[in-house]
Write a protein that binds this ligand. Structure first.
Ligand SMILES: C[S@@+](CC[C@H](N)C(=O)[O-])C[C@H]1O[C@@H](n2cnc3c(N)ncnc32)[C@H](O)[C@@H]1O
Length: 263
């Protein structure tokens, strides 16, 4: 059975949202693999059963803040009661299962919860693993902790993931004070769909020809002095003049951030 039929047959709302199309494009090639799949938020457990029918060789793990009515869902399915924002509970899952290949967040859909779980579980996602976030419409809805009025700078999960895109290009940021975070170099791509986000974890340390260790000046200095032997001139130009300009822009932007309370 394909995913659409499975979702319909087991009555999860994933097919009414049309998520099967997105899932199918990522998961059809993984169907026969032996994976650890974690779903946050399982309601009556129907989606867990659908996943277990789709991934015949995988282990399906579900968590929910509420107790599951029927916990006899089959050998391949495990259920744990707990919250997606309970650090200790998530640590115990990581201790038990070590790594997950696929994580699906269909839990509370509250922005802070989605962000918390992603931050906490990212290290337990295997390289080449996929993290799906469903129902991101709550990000825009103040009745769900979202924000309809400040689309760019509010603390929503849409903004969190929009900002996470910078991690793909962290090597290209010519800011001498840029602080590497735990996602930099470990995200291959982030895809945004209607009400759904997909993050693929993989190594990503590619540097373009514009920078050297987050410095444009150093790269230019290195390139120029390799070709011609006018070190002093290039030193003045790149290491003094260009660097001063970079520092000037750094302080201007720092001031802007302080004035606008944007950290
Ligand atoms: C949309 S339903 C899940 C539907 C299910 N995945 C499906 O496709 O049929 C959301 C579930 O998230 C659970 N939930 C809400 N807050 C949670 C939290 N903090 N941690 C874990 N689960 C939570 C709810 O109890 C509910 O069962």
């Amino acid at each position: 059975m394909n995913l659409e039929k499975l979702f319909k047959y087991y009555k999860t709302d994933k097919s009414t949202h049309q998520y099967h199309r997105i899932y199918d494009s990522y998961l059809s090639k993984l169907r026969n693999k032996k994976l650890n799949i974690l779903e946050i938020g399982v309601a009556d457990g129907f989606s867990l059963v659908a996943w277990s029918k789709y991934f015949k060789n995988s282990k399906i793990i579900g968590i929910d803040i509420k107790k599951l009515k029927d916990n006899k869902l089959g050998k391949k399915i495990s259920f744990h009661q707990g919250s997606q924002v309970d650090g200790k509970f998530l640590d115990s899952l990581i201790k038990k299962y070590k790594k997950f290949d696929i994580i699906i967040d269909d839990g509370s859909h509250y922005p802070a919860d989605v962000i918390y779980s992603f931050k906490k579980l990212f290290s337990s996602l295997n390289i080449k693993g996929l993290y799906f976030v469903e129902d991101t419409q709550t990000s825009y809805n103040h009745f769900f902790g979202g924000n309809a009025f400040d689309l760019k700078y509010s603390n929503t999960h849409m903004n969190f993931f929009k900002n996470l895109v910078d991690s793909l290009n962290f090597k290209e940021i010519p800011n001498p004070f840029y602080k590497i975070n735990k996602f930099d170099g470990l995200i291959k791509n982030i895809s945004f769909y209607n009400n759904m986000i997909v993050v693929k974890k993989d190594y990503n340390y590619i540097e373009s020809n514009l920078v050297l260790n987050n410095s444009y000046e150093n790269k230019r200095f290195q390139t120029k002095t390799k070709r011609k032997n006018k070190r002093f001139r290039y030193f003045l130009k790149y290491k003094i003049l260009f660097k001063s300009y970079t520092l000037f822009l750094f302080f201007i932007n720092l001031l802007k951030k302080i004035i606008l309370f944007r950290y």
